[in-house]
Ligand binder design. Sequence first.
Ligand code: HEM
Length: 565
Amino acid sequence: MGWPNEFEMPAIPQNAGDLIPHLKIVGGVLVAYFILTRLFSYISILRQVRGLPTQHAFLAAYELGLRTRAPHIPWLLPVKSYYSVPEFERFDKAGSDLLAYTVATEHRAVYFTANPQTAAHLYTKSSDFGKAAFMRRYRSARKFGSNIIAAADGAEHKQHKAIVRGCFGEAIFQRAWEGMSDIVDLMLKEEGVVDGGILKDATFCLIGQVGFGQEVPWNIPETKPGDPMPFLEAMEVIDQSLLYQFMLPGWLMKLIPTDKFKRFGQSQVDFVRYCYQMVREKRAELGITQEADSKPPTDLLGALVYHQMAAENQARSEKGTGQDQVGLTEGEVFSNMFMFLLAGHETTGHTLAFTLAYLALNPQWQEECYNEIREHCGDEAPAYHHVHKLALCHAAGLEALRMRDIVRILAKAAVRDTTIPYTTWDKEGNVTHRQHPVKAGSIIFTDQGAAQRNPFHWDDPNTYNPRRHLSVTADGDARTGVKNNSKNPPFIAFSLGQRQCIGRRFAEVEMVVFLAKIMSRYTIHPVPLHPGESRESIEHRMLDTGTEDLTLIPGKFSIRLEKRA
Ligand code: HEM
């Protein structure tokens, strides 16, 4: 049926008004159907969580960045019930290490566990639990394309891992050691503390060097607003505004009329442009040299491009030319690189800041680490070949991560109807181990901080004790791995199983060299805000004033380095 002529609107039938009551009925039925299905779904969720301490809400707000910022509105948006300070408190009060949350606008049951054994079960039993790739946090992480962190389990993840795995080998770890060693020297020099002094809120920019193969100066000059930024400045600004970078496109931030957002937007636009250019240049460079010298580059970007090209070459030699895309697209290479920037920089930098805080507050562990360094390095500066020997320095970082887990919550989704183990206890000290049935599609969060301070699994959980991460091998060497703790809990800060942190060793190498270099030369001390500030107040400032963003960002504090004689 066409219109009589292109400028003439079809006439409204005279009896159209008669249809209105019918339309109202249809509309009413649809609305009633919508409300009823939601109601039934909600009732079904209430049934699923029966028997567990449960918090009801209308809207969901358990994500980082939201739960500590949104206003607490009982029943509607009860954000304060999604976390507690101290972390284990909400579970302690409930007498259960599994809590349920029913959210009227979410069609699935949501659980939080604080049991490290349950967490290990969730992370490793891939037939029952998988990456909750449908969640907003992972959808936002796909902003520049699919990547290893956001990929769904199965083929998509395998495709990324096949290429990304090649980036984490011995040569890169050694480069990470050397890069971090240079950064410590640069930091001490630029902050004017080579002979000791006060180190103010230092951040660490290792990923620039080992990530992109670029020397990173300690202070990066600021470009005039509106001007294109050089690569290093763009990277630094991105790093300081990661939450916004994930949520908003660069062009949109540039339209927001504040200098801050214009800068954030400009950094994203420039950073994306530089990265694509660098990927192309790397491809051209490696295309020429790959035949003659088959060693992969030791920067992450170079290694990523190299392994992608190696996959393409292999496919070409096996199947001839003209086959489909192999490995990752150019956009996916960039997206993975962007993830390294997030996963590789924030996490390690924040963990190191907390480790310095714990060491400053617990000088006895500095002495133990110092003795270890002296024993294995003697008068030599700590070097990469010492990395396996410096187990206590390594454990000092792991213990800070246990007590101040920077990832905060990790989500898994049940992929089929199954059960999860949990524990309840009462005031008389009766502890019962139970199983709770969960339906496919339910989300189970591990409250990492609470799980790592769960007193049923960790001896004396609120005490900083790196030695709990050490075991002694048959030949008398110390090794990390939670053994020195009567209940042998799994260490979950890097997750476990197929989706565990692929950069764990990289991060650990960075931590060991940083801590060993500092502790071999200095003792570390807290800096009171005013004469007579109490120990309690100093501890609170250094450890408890962090804010949740994409990860836990430590509050600002200074430390004093005193040169060892
Ligand atoms: C203290 C430092 C670090 C901590 C605590 C940490 C923690 C984690 C955790 C908990 C996961 C699992 C995330 C999830 O399931 O959603 C993860 C995954 C990942 N991490 Fe790390 N990470 C650290 C450092 C690094 C570094 C230095 C890199 C790279 C340079 C890195 C790269 C990755 C990647 C690529 C994944 C995704 C692995 C996969 O899904 O196969 N991480 N990390």
